[in-house]
Design a protein around this ligand. Sequence first.
Ligand SMILES: C[S@@+](CC[C@H](N)C(=O)[O-])C[C@H]1O[C@@H](n2cnc3c(N)ncnc32)[C@H](O)[C@@H]1O
Length: 339
Amino acid sequence: MPAGCLPGGAEAGGRRVGFRGLGPPGPGRGSGGGGGSAGRRRAGGGVAPAAGPGRGAGSRGASTLVGMAPRMTRPVGSPTRGTTNPNRLRRMDRWIADAHGADLRRADAPPVAVDLGYGAAPWTAVELLDRLRRDADPRTRVVGVEIDPARVAAARPYAREGLSFAHGGFEVPVDGPVALIRAANVLRQYDEEQVADVWGRLCGRLAARGGLLVEGTCDEIGRRHVWVALGPEGPRTVTFATRLGSLERPSDLAERLPKALIHRNVPGEPVHAFLRDFDRAWAAAAPYASLGARQRWIATASSLAGDWPLTDGRRRWRQGELTVRWDALAPRGWSTASG
Ligand SMILES: C[S@@+](CC[C@H](N)C(=O)[O-])C[C@H]1O[C@@H](n2cnc3c(N)ncnc32)[C@H](O)[C@@H]1O
C-alpha cells in the first residue's frame, strides 16, 4: 500500500485512501463564494452535496450513503447542476496531456480516463478523448461517468470507439484501476468537509503506477481555472491557469479555487498568503505589461519562484499557467493520513 494510504472502505475495484483532510468549519472561514455551500456532514462519513440555498435549480438532492458493499446499487454522491460548455475545459485538457502524457504512454494496456460528472451534455468527455488521443496517447479510452441517469441517456448517442458513458458516482463504476480521473466543477457543489473523503475514494481508484486525479473548478467559458492534481498517495500540486488577456490581477482566480481551498482564502491561511504574494509580484512586474500580459505573467512567476515552491517553468508559464506544490497551499490543519 502506498505511503499515505489507510486500509478499509474499499470500493468496487479500488482501495480507499484516507486523508485526515480538513477540519470542521469554524469561525473566520472565508466567504470566497464556494458555490453557496450549506451542506452538512453525514453520519458515517457519507457524501452528499451541500443542501439549501445556492445549490441551484438542477439539484435533486437524492443523497446516498457511503461505506456500502462493492457493486452497490446506488452511486456515491448526488446529482447537481449540470452546467457545461464546449471547450470549457481545454486548459485542463492541455495541462493533463502535457503533465500526464508520458505516464499514459507508458501503460501496457490502453489507458482509461474518466470524465467524472460531465454534466448536461457530454462535450467535455468528447473533447478529452480527442485531445488525449492527439496529444498524449492514441490508445486512450474515455468513460464519461454521471450520477444523473437522464444525462447518461442523453450522452449515449455520442458514444463511439474509445468513448462510452456510464451511470455512477464517486465509486467510479469502471473495471480495474484507471489512469486518469478528471472531476471538473463537481466538488464545488459539495461541502468542504467532504473533500478529503471524496479525494480518498477517487485516489483509491487510480492505477498505483502513474494514476492521476485532477479536481478543480473554472468559470463557465473556461477562462479561469484552478485545479489540484493528486496521485494515488494524495494531493501533489495546485495549478492556476488563465486567459491572460482577461486578468486584472492573479487573485481574480480566487473565486475559482477548488473546494478544498476556496473557504481558506482568509488571513492566516497559506493560500491567502500565496495570492497576496502573487498580486504583489504581478504589481511589481507592471513594467512588463508594455510587452504583453504573457511577459508580465512570466516575470511574475519568476519572481514568485523565489519564495514559493513552483513546480513548472517558463514553458508552462507561457500558457498562462503556474503550478505550486500542494503542501505549500494546504489549509492549516490539513494532513494526509500516514496510516
Ligand atoms: C457543473 S456540472 C460540470 C460539468 C463538466 N464537468 C464541466 O466542468 O463543464 C457537475 C456535474 O457533476 C455531476 N455530479 C455531481 N456529483 C457527482 C458524482 N458523485 N458522481 C458523478 N457525477 C456527479 C452532476 O450531476 C453534474 O452533472
